[in-house]
Design a protein around this ligand. Structure first.
Ligand code: PLP
Length: 395
């Protein structure tokens, strides 16, 4: 008999009641170290005082009025984002998939506004993940995600990740944009190298295309810059963000230059909930912490220590893990044994992590992870690898 909660997830038998910093506690008092952050969402850890206060204060005043009215919190957060990025304007929504749908719609509308409605196709890359709506599934192009949901939504052409020539070969008179994650998250913490991103920017400029970036997983400081593309000299025209931007409150956004957003006029796009007052209280609180002086320096310092610790573990257990990927606190351990076994072994050491494609385990501690939590995390990873190495040796 089907359960009342639709069984679309293979859930782990753990039920958390409370969280603080990087720790999660079950009702019976067991403590787990959370290096998954709810799949890259709880950027400031659990129960961050500034976030709790902002949401509690707002909850006592007003939650929701709809986008029929002015919302001061949207203006404030949009300004913080535009002041610190390539973008001139921001649309607030509720999730990553919605943010990416917004990017896709903005690109199509841009060409339509320029008198070229026939330019609607978007080039994406193998291994991508952009969400689970009909269009974002098609953009991601992964068979296992598309299977059984009817004809794939038209308008997406896919090239191998990192292959500039293949991407260029796909450009035709109907092409509107190129869409890429600067670091593929679900795909296995696969980083697009600088030359590739620069090459895509040049292709877009040469062919009059928009460059769309999916920074849903990489954004808001996760990689040690506010946005991952800021490690390079190039910028997109439109960018989708979500996950960390709300610190655990459902919030997404897409950001665009004035030129790219020229078609997004009143009535062209909307959402009932997007950017409501509670979400804006959370989003502004997260942004204030992340944008504070010195915050990102500490993220990079912690990340480099974490990477060093991981490198030592990789050296000691080459039969279990073979390399480290990623930037900042978006790290991946490339596994030799199946990644599911590594995630399980880490959970047995009370460390929560997330599997990704390409046999990778994602390590995504909160950006506020303390030195002590980091040490404990490394100890748990070491113990898990030791157990797996022993098991492999014994079998
Ligand atoms: N884009 C990327 C890069 C993601 O990692 C995700 C989610 O994992 C999404 C889009 C979709 O976000 P959401 O699950 O909030 O719809």
């Amino acid at each position: 008999m089907i359960e009342p909660v639709m069984p679309t997830y293979a859930r782990i038998e753990l039920d958390f009641e409370r969280g603080e910093g990087a720790s999660l506690y079950t009702a019976d008092g067991r403590r787990y170290l959370d290096f998954g952050s709810g799949i890259a969402v709880t950027l400031l850890g659990h129960s961050h005082p500034a976030l709790v206060k902002a949401v509690q204060d707002q909850a006592g005043k007003l939650w929701h009025v709809s986008n029929l009215y002015q919302i001061e919190g949207q203006k404030k957060l949009a300004r913080k984002l535009t002041d610190n990025t390539f973008a001139d304007t921001v649309f607030f929504c509720n999730s990553g998939a919605e943010a990416m749908e917004g990017c896709i719609k903005t690109a199509r509308k841009y060409h339509s506004a320029n008198g070229h409605p026939e330019r609607y196709r978007i080039i994406t890359f193998e291994g991508a993940f952009h969400g689970r709506t009909l269009a974002t599934m098609a953009a991601g192009g992964q068979e296992k995600i598309l299977a059984g949901f009817g004809p794939k939504t038209d308008g997406f052409d896919q090239a191998p990740f990192g292959d500039l020539k293949a991407a260029e070969a796909l450009i035709g008179p109907e092409t509107a944009a190129i869409l890429i994650e600067p670091v593929q998250g679900e795909g296995g913490i696969r980083e697009a190298d600088r030359a590739f991103l620069t090459g895509l920017r040049q292709l877009c400029d040469k062919h009059g295309l928009l460059l769309l970036m999916d920074e849903v997983q990489t954004g808001m400081g996760r990689t040690g810059k506010l946005f991952a593309h800021q490690w390079t000299d190039i910028a997109p025209d439109v960018m989708g963000v979500a996950k960390g931007i709300g610190g655990g409150f459902p919030l997404g956004a897409f950001l665009a230059t004035e030129e790219a957003a020229k078609g997004m006029t009143a009535g062209t796009h909307g959402t009932t909930y997007g950017g409501n007052l509670l979400a804006m209280a959370a989003g502004n609180a997260v942004a204030d912490v992340v944008l504070a002086d010195g915050f990102m320096d500490r993220v990079n310092e912690v990340a480099s220590r974490f990477k060093q610790g991981l490198a030592a573990i990789v050296d000691r257990y080459p039969g279990v893990v073979e390399g480290i990927r990623g930037k900042g606190l978006l790290l991946g351990l490339k596994c030799v044994v199946p990644n599911g076994e590594v995630v399980t072994a880490m959970r047995e050491q009370h460390l929560l992590t997330v599997p990704a494609g390409d046999n990778v385990v994602r390590l995504l501690p909160p950006l506020t992870v303390t030195d002590e939590e980091l040490e404990k995390g490394l100890e748990a990873i070491e113990s898990a690898c030791a157990h797996l190495a022993e098991k492999a040796g014994a079998s």
